[in-house]
Design a protein around this ligand. Sequence first.
Ligand code: ZN
Length: 299
Amino acid sequence: MTSVRLGAVELGGTKVICLVGSDPGHIVAQTRIATGKPAETLAQVLAFLQREVSRGGPLAAIGIASFGPLELRRSHPRHGFITRSPKPGWAYVDVVGPARRALGVPVGFDTDVNAAALGEGRWGAARGLDTFVYLTVGTGIGAGAVVQGRIIHGLGHPEMGHLSVPHQPGDHFTGQCPFHGDCWEGMASGAAVAARWDRPAEQLDGDTLRAAARLEAGYLAAGLRNIVYTIAPQRIVIGGSVTALPELFPLVRADLREALAGYPGLGEHGAEDFVVPPALGPLAGPAGALVLAHRAMAT
Ligand code: ZN
């Protein structure tokens, strides 16, 4: 991949990261754009990429990793659109069409978490593995699963953040998912932590902070149990702001071991490297967009 010149875009709810390069170690241009109205934001993204084409030569392809939900079925008339997004103005916005028209190159498109999974698989914490899960726990919970080298797609993309999880003992919080109330995201996202404790995780301290971390670990382990039994991942990578809670990773590993209760008895599930933080940090999404671009070249 090192000789290919690719464009990568990570379209987030508050900011867009755009870059040109071939891999995370070879980035030749990068910019950050505030996410505003769709037409203006996409115009700024495309202007950056077109400027880089004028300066440095053509791009072989571009990859776009976006907040969802997205229409990913190639046969669908709205392929390449953001679909039912609650973000004001962004519902049913065509993202891929304008990019393809402006740049005239293949465009890879997938969710931000699916892209981050691909990025961590290519260059990061899941390097060398073919079946793994990338989970982000920030304002919401999202997850991407790579199974035998391929991102899972079906009718749409998985929405593992909305799995059902049992309430942890003593927790009377009713959940805050607008669709399901007490689903995984409703109980364990950053927004849920803030609602349960009346302030964001980064403002908690003392016994409250430790209690929040223990409870969060319990919920994460409960959701991960479902994922372990469904997908049989070789590794689970967890990123997002909520992972800054103290001792979260050791607590999640211990709670997951307990939740699995020795079944099916795989030693790997108890290993220190089964649940790990990302290696690429904030570059996971843009790096994943580079993988999307590279894959789009071949299709
Ligand atoms: Zn939900």
